[in-house]
Design a protein around this ligand. Structure first.
Ligand code: G6Q
Length: 547
């Protein structure tokens, strides 16, 4: 499929794009009174309104043709069958098994993985119950009050995002902390107010070789031992989540206190596995199972008709804008404060998965892959960067996410939030013509000269597309659906682009590069690098101690 851009379906989309020249969504809505009914779809109470997109039924049909001919459906089926679609690492991609109905087998190399999945979930449940009930005691007999997850990337972003999102379901005694950065200030600031007697550390690392996590885990261990002065305290205050039993043991954590997962779970897809232990501790195992059920809901929906599903639709719209409208980025704006970390989570999911430059068979791609994803919770974004979205020159499609019901008692205020969200997507779509701006200024009584001067600044082009995801309430189940929605969107995009969404050699490179420099800084001897790197190292070595 390395000839993607030569496909007849691609060319058809190119020609179809020309039919959109000069058309404005404002007029399209005026002509098509039932556009919302036509271009919206739902999975239970999760509604996707995609009517404010620059599409017609024909656009969608052409995009789905492209999806069909690039083998999206085959790739999806292969993933669910447990085939090694991560072809550079020869691994199955089975985060879907983690949330699968336990009675339905899924095979990896001829072996049903569901019994092992169930076994780990049962162990997580026993542990979560013990910590939550206070039966699990620290070394001095105190119940756990603070849980510190030490992990980075996929071993941090998912659980950190989910614990924040599900705070209303959190255990009242437990405070959750996530330390990812090797910057000692991150761990130091986190530990400063904590009591060792009631702190539990989860060392979360798939490989258990990640420098940042191991450095933080060693430092946390020293902190604990300094406070509790007894090596045997480690067993009550440290547990591990990993696929690497040997390294966990070497670190000094009893494998009895290790929760395992498998190489067929990618880091950024791992919150459904034991990497989700902080979530299970915080919201309880029933809540965690609800999260899994939400993922499963989306899997069933997606698998039934990948190209027409909600994830398929989002993916194909993104392809449409990226390649045929020159979109340079994709904004995700949760009008839901609890989803504050959702854009950061999606950044990894989308950009690490699809930031690839060669096709699955190793040939350079001739089309842009990946999306630059960013976002902030509404309404904060409106007072910051929305100016560029409304009147700047760049074309950036958006997703708005908003709940119909809040967890807050200040319910009246939630309606203001919803109104803001809807107002933004409407304004982006409609814009404001020069004539409208002129009429407004005239109504305000401004003199004609002033009106002429100001009108161009007060006009908005509009015609800027967005999706709106409207859901009942941000429950564990809803969150599960939302995460799986974007996971599958990424898969569909990767299939169209013919890239492997499940490896991350760029991340591996970063891990290697830092190793060399750490050694050189440690011995204060810069090695053979470019003059910039050597110059910076020398300057650092000279100035690292205050005069
Ligand atoms: C995720 C990536 C990466 C990974 C981290 C942490 O898909 O592979 O973000 O999760 O580098 O790796 P470990 O879990 O092995 O420490």
């Amino acid at each position: 499929m390395s000839r993607l851009v030569r496909l007849a379906q691609w060319q058809a989309l190119k020609a179809h794009r020309r039919t959109w020249r000069g058309r404005h969504l404002r007029d399209v809505f005026a002509q098509e009174l039932r556009r919302f009914e036509r271009f919206s779809a739902a999975l239970d109470d999760l509604l996707l309104d995609y009517s404010k997109n620059l599409i017609s039924a024909e656009t969608l049909a052409l995009l789905r043709d492209l999806g069909r001919v690039t083998g999206v459906e085959e790739r999806v089926a292969a993933m669910f069958r447990g085939e090694p679609i991560n072809n550079t690492e020869q691994r199955a991609v089975l985060h879907v098994a983690l949330r699968n109905d336990p009675s339905v087998p899924i095979y990896v190399q001829g072996r049903d993985v569901m019994p092992e999945v169930a076994q780990v979930l049962a162990r997580m449940e026993r542990f979560a119950n013990a910590v939550r009930s206070g039966r699990w005691k620290g070394h001095t007999g105190a119940a756990i009050t603070d849980v510190v997850n030490l992990g980075i990337g996929g071993s941090d972003l998912g659980p950190a995002m989910a614990c924040r999102a599900l705070a209303p379901y959190g255990h009242k005694r437990l405070r959750m902390h996530f330390v990812s950065n090797v910057d000692p200030q991150h761990l130091g600031d986190t530990l400063a107010p904590l009591k060792a007697e009631s702190t539990l550390f989860i060392v979360a690392s798939k490989t258990f070789t990640t420098l940042e996590t191991l450095a933080n885990a060693q430092a946390a261990r020293r902190w604990l031992l300094k406070k509790l002065k007894d090596k045997s305290a480690i067993a009550r205050h440290f547990v591990a989540v990993s696929t690497n039993r040997a390294e966990v043991k070497k670190f000094g954590i009893d494998p009895e206190h290790m929760f395992g997962f498998w190489d067929w779970v990618g880091g950024r897809y791992s919150l459904w596995s034991a990497i989700g232990l902080p979530i299970a501790l915080y919201i309880g195992m029933d809540g965690f199972r609800e999260l899994l059920a939400g993922g499963r809901d989306m899997d069933g929906h997606f698998r039934a008709d990948p190209l027409a599903s909600l994830p398929g639709t989002l993916a194909l719209l993104a392809i449409w804008y990226q390649h045929f409208w020159g979109a340079s980025a994709h904004g995700v704006m949760p009008y839901d404060q609890h989803l504050a970390r959702f854009p950061a989570y999606l950044q990894q999911l989308c950009m690490e998965s699809n930031g690839k430059g060669v096709t699955r068979d190793g040939r350079a791609v001739r089309w842009d892959t990946g999306e630059i994803v960013w976002g902030e919770p509404g309404t904060n974004g409106q007072h910051a960067f929305f100016q560029l979205l409304h009147q700047g020159t760049r074309f950036i499609p958006l997703d708005f996410l908003v709940a119909t019901r809040t967890h807050s008692d200040l319910d009246g205020q939630h309606q203001m939030l919803v109104a803001n969200c809807l107002a933004q997507s409407e304004a982006l779509m409609r814009g404001k013509t020069r004539a409208e701006a002129t009429a407004e200024l005239a109504a305000a009584g401004l003199p004609a000269r002033e009106i002429r001067r100001l009108a161009p600044h007060k006009a908005f082009p509009g015609n800027r597309p967005s999706n709106t995801l409207l859901y009942g309430q941000l429950t564990p189940r809803t969150l599960g659906r939302l995460i799986a929605l974007y996971e599958h969107k990424v898969l569909v995009q990767s299939a169209v682009w013919d890239i492997n969404a499940f490896d991350q050699w760029g991340v591996e490179l970063g891990k290697q590069l830092a190793g060399t420099l750490i050694r050189e800084l440690g011995s204060a001897r810069p090695g053979a690098h470019d003059s910039s790197t050597v110059g910076l190292m020398r300057q650092y070595l000279k100035l690292r101690t205050p005069h």
